[in-house]
Design a protein around this ligand. Structure first.
Ligand SMILES: [Zn+2]
Length: 301
């Protein structure tokens, strides 16, 4: 993050200068399980970045899916982070309390003509809607092929009225044509020009959940004034979509820091199913927050 000092003579001369900003970063887990060592790594990196810059650290609970998110997991997340010694601002933003924001953003996208209903099977839907952790596996072979992109609008409306299940997808190519070339800044790689087509026409809403990971995370980072998004590099492909959504919705573009994911014993990425790596289990095993830092390859404070 570049902080340009504002010279008074420049202001008087009307020269556009970058306003001095403080770093605002966040940790944004979904309460669908207990936090593991990989989450601790990501949360500590974000927190320390804010600390070093005298910035702000936010916690956000990404809990739009009522079938997978649980209150006890939400409580456990806060307890585990506090145990690690992290401090975050209150109140914590819970996405489930802000569905009206996401609906309004969807309407704005629809007004731009970049959404279309898709009636394909649930399997296709799940691949894109709620599986940000599978994004790196998004090979051309399992990308949504755009089957419903050119469906007749009147016919689609009839199907919707008849109660046929559908999702709303982003017409990524059309959106990119509207917005022109875009880029974002990554702490490791520098300026990256976006190629959102890599993820295809992602799902932005389901009939039962009028929001999606991509839409909520992009809007929330803007609404919360986040200036630096700290997250795993599994989400780097998603950032291309998020940059496009920022342009479509006139949202601010934060800087990004995509960090490598921690791997388990066999080089596999950690998942919420690997109970042994959960902070709860490690704590029960006698590990201290200092041990957790060491295990995550982070230096002691
Ligand atoms: Zn479809």
């Amino acid at each position: 993050m570049i902080h340009d000092a504002i010279a008074p003579e420049k202001l008087q001369a009307g020269i556009r200068v970058r306003i001095m900003t403080t770093i605002v970063t966040r940790f944004a887990p979904s309460p669908t399980g207990f936090l593991h060592l990989g989450h601790a790594y990501s949360a500590i990196i974000a927190w320390e970045t804010a600390q070093k810059a005298n910035g702000r650290f936010l916690l956000r609970l990404e809990d739009i899916d009522p079938e997978r998110c649980r209150q006890d997991f939400a409580a456990a997340i806060e307890e585990d982070l506090a145990w690690l010694g992290l401090v975050w601002e209150k109140p914590v933003r819970r996405q489930s309390a802000h569905m009206a924001d996401y609906r309004a953003a969807l309407r704005r996208l629809d007004a731009k003509g970049v959404l279309y209903p898709c009636f394909c099977s649930r399997k296709d839907i799940e691949m894109a809607a709620h599986a940000p952790h599978d994004l790196n596996e998004g090979t051309p072979a399992n990308l949504y092929p755009g089957t419903c992109r050119s469906l007749d609008r009147a016919r689609s409306q009839e199907q919707i009225a008849a109660g046929r299940p559908y999702v709303l997808r982003l017409d990524t190519a059309k959106a990119q044509r509207l917005c022109g070339p875009l880029s974002f800044h990554d702490a490791a790689a520098g300026t990256i020009a976006i190629h959102p087509g890599r993820l295809g026409d992602v799902v932005l809403a389901r009939r039962d959940i009028p929001a999606s990971y991509h839409l909520c995370v992009t809007l929330d980072d803007h609404l919360q004034g986040v200036t630096l998004v700290t997250r795993g590099d599994d989400l780097l492909p998603a950032t291309h979509i998020h940059r496009l959504l920022q342009a479509l919705l006139d949202l601010s573009t934060p800087d990004y820091r995509h960090h490598p994911l921690l791997k388990g014993a066999e080089g596999r990425r950690l998942s919420k199913r690997d109970g042994a790596w959960s902070l709860r289990a490690l704590r029960a095993d006698g590990k201290t927050p200092r041990d957790i830092r060491a295990m995550a390859g982070l230096q002691a404070e």
